[in-house]
Design a binder for this molecule. Structure first.
Ligand SMILES: *[C@@H]1O[C@H](CO)[C@@H](O)[C@H](O)[C@H]1NC(C)=O
Ligand SMILES: *[C@@H]1O[C@H](CO)[C@@H](O)[C@H](O)[C@H]1NC(C)=O
Ligand SMILES: *[C@@H]1O[C@H](CO)[C@@H](O)[C@H](O)[C@H]1NC(C)=O
Length: 299
């Protein structure tokens, strides 16, 4: 009896050990296979470049979104999403494959024409002024497609007053900007992004939906910590706080602070932009470029 009792536990232990070793082995194999799959996905990802079509904006588990799974939309939400997307729809911009800096919109080469005042004479407060902008590339060749991001404004810093002009994209390389001259000030047309930059930014946003990130501060007593938050967080070893809205299902996550608990969250703020270099090196796409600038004074 004593002998049997002595042996049984040993056998169980050996058996348990073998099972444990097997389990660890299977786990390692799974991780290895998953790594390979992930690697294949990555290799494929770098090749497939989807053009920014509207139906592509929120694929449930698209290629670029593999770390960001959003809950499926109800028909009502899908309809609302469609309306929102339509309201921000943007003309086609040059495809990624054919991008070249020399062929991108260049404010320095571009021209503007102020259409004459209706009825002639000096511009007066209350008039509408129309400016035709003709876009050229860095080689001085006329652009023949639209999609540049252009902002027109009339502002007067002294008055603290500003009004946005209306920009119409004629989709052939020319644009109209219409200003309502509501006060004396300076009328400006700014090229915020050439259409080529729109293509690049669209691609970056699809590849890295977390490019714009947010921050939250956690505080308890004298301890303060700040972590990164977003609709989706990239999987990592760091634990995550899940602040998903139970009623609407609206996702929100922050990395858990090291010392404090998820309940110690006291603030929310915009983080920054994860800067990624565009496919080519240039400072030309940075900052704003004035296409046209003039002063409007009482006649
Ligand atoms: C890319 O994906 C396809 C299927 O989607 C697969 O047949 C092919 O082997 C993959 N290519 C690479 C390099 O992983
Ligand atoms: C571009 O389109 C506008 C509006 O249709 C037209 O007035 C203009 O002449 C066109 N410009 C060129 C260069 O084709
Ligand atoms: C976050 O919480 C929501 C609501 O409780 C849940 O449905 C979701 O699965 C959670 N997500 C993660 C990644 O834990």
């Amino acid at each position: 009896m004593g002998v049997q009792n002595f042996f049984v536990p040993i056998r169980r232990k050996t058996c348990g050990c073998i099972l444990l070793v097997l389990a660890v082995f299977v786990l390692l194999l799974m991780v290895y296979v998953m790594d390979i799959l992930e690697f294949h996905n990555k290799v494929n990802n770098t090749k497939i470049i989807h053009p920014p079509t509207i139906s592509n904006v929120t694929p449930p588990a698209g290629v670029w979104y593999n770390f960001c799974k959003l809950k499926p939309l109800s028909p009502k939400e899908a309809f609302e999403e469609d309306l929102l997307l339509q309201s921000i729809a943007w003309p086609d911009t040059p495809p990624l494959q054919s991008l070249s800096l020399r062929k991108s919109s260049d404010p320095a080469h571009s021209t503007f024409t102020i259409l004459g005042r209706m009825g002639g004479g000096q511009w007066q407060i209350g008039d509408k002024m129309e400016v035709i902008i003709k876009m050229y590339d860095f080689q001085g060749r006329p652009k023949n497609c639209g999609g540049d991001v252009i902002v027109a404004r009339l502002h007067n810093p002294a008055l603290g007053a500003g009004v946005a002009g209306k920009v119409v994209d004629h989709l052939n390389g020319s644009y109209s900007a219409v200003f309502s001259l509501l006060w004396e000030g300076s009328a400006q047309v700014i090229l915020v992004h050439p259409s080529e930059a729109v293509t690049v930014l669209g691609r970056l946003t699809r590849e890295q939906p977390d490019r714009v990130f947010f921050k939250s501060q956690f505080r308890s007593g004298r301890v303060t910590e700040t972590t990164t938050c977003n609709v989706c967080l990239r999987p990592s070893r760091q634990p995550v706080c899940n602040y998903t809205e139970l009623h609407t299902g609206q996702q929100w996550f922050c990395y858990k602070p090291e010392k404090l608990s998820c309940d110690a969250r006291i603030s929310h703020s915009r983080g920054d932009l994860h800067k990624t270099s565009p496919p080519w090196r240039t400072s030309c796409f940075k900052g704003m470029h004035y296409l046209f600038c003039m002063s409007v004074v009482r006649g």
